[in-house]
Write a protein that binds this ligand. Structure first.
Ligand code: SF4
Length: 299
């Protein structure tokens, strides 16, 4: 196996045998997910918005419903944000719904209804960061760009046997991308991270990367996928995010009066917090509040 230096670190280039093993594994083990049979850039964009922070199994029915209603960006742009939020029900993180609506509007108004195929232009769209932009390029336009999400970062850190920063992970992923195989390679790496090299459990015996993986050789060492600097994740229960979700769910049924918000959120003893959450939802464009203090989804 040859070695090279990236960012001052020694790293390993994937041997062609390992690449073949990864593709063999992918061909036999991949999950059938609807966005994997599509190359439609709008469908891929929708799937990637939904997959940010939501499990694939929960995304599948919502993805199908969404594309039935909005098969292209123009139809989505010509609806209203409230309808997009309605369709988002069950996916959580409702701000993604607003960003998706805004992205559809920008694509329609500035790009003739065609999802851009350049990284810098994609990055200018609302709600699209480096991961999503690269995923659209790789999974719809089949460009050879490496896609790095939390799954890939975990796999590459374990493979290298050291905690990689995002920059180091991207660089390692770029160097390892087999030419002309961007679509299949990225899908396979994400799939390995999502199914057999998960945060909680590894199935190294079934992994096509086993022979080259540093951490699999000595799992008594600290898991390099866990950064020592990582902050403890906030719990959902009792969080502002839970409160935001509760109010949006109530609004999916009907508008509510502002005075009823503390009751809906279950925070009758903390009116300041209710106000803060409400103002943030309004600022994010997820709710509108009339002069008579009636709150509804935007239309
Ligand atoms: S061999 Fe084990 S630790 Fe290494 S990438 Fe595969 S599943 Fe993860």
């Amino acid at each position: 196996m040859c070695h090279y230096s990236i960012l001052g670190l020694r790293s390993r280039v994937m041997h062609s045998n390992t690449v073949s093993k990864v593709f063999l594994w992918w061909d036999s083990e991949k999950r059938d997910l609807p966005w994997r049979i599509s190359r439609d850039p709008w469908a891929i964009l929708v799937s990637e918005f939904m997959l940010q922070q939501t499990q694939a199994s929960r995304v599948v029915p919502k993805y199908n419903l969404f594309l039935e209603r909005f098969p292209n960006p123009s139809l989505c742009a010509n609806s209203n944000p409230g309808e997009v939020i309605e369709l988002w029900s069950g996916l959580g993180y409702n701000r993604r719904a607003i960003n998706l609506y805004r992205a559809a509007k920008t694509i329609t108004e500035k790009h003739q209804g065609i999802v851009p195929d350049e990284l810098s232009i994609l990055l200018d769209l609302p709600g699209i960061g480096d991961y999503t932009a690269r995923a659209i390029l790789a999974f719809s336009y089949e460009q050879d760009v490496a896609v790095v999400d939390v799954n890939v970062k975990r796999v590459l850190s374990r493979l290298e046997g050291k905690t990689l920063s995002m920059k180091e992970t991207q660089s390692t992923a770029d160097q390892n991308l087999p030419k002309g195989e961007g679509w299949r390679w990225n899908q396979a790496m994400i799939e390995i991270g999502a199914t057999i090299c998960t945060a909680r459990k590894t199935q190294c015996g079934n992994c096509p990367l086993k022979t080259t993986c540093a951490w699999s050789k000595d799992q008594t060492a600290p898991d390099p996928a866990i950064s020592p600097k990582r902050k403890k994740l906030d719990t959902f229960e009792g969080s502002d995010r839970q409160g935001r979700g509760k109010l949006i769910n109530a609004l999916r049924n009907e508008p509510v009066m502002e005075k009823d918000v503390p009751q809906i959120l279950g925070w009758t003893n903390d009116l300041d917090r209710c106000k803060r959450v409400l103002r943030k939802l309004e600022k994010d464009g997820l709710v509108v509040i009339t002069d008579s203090r009636k709150i509804s989804l935007p239309s």
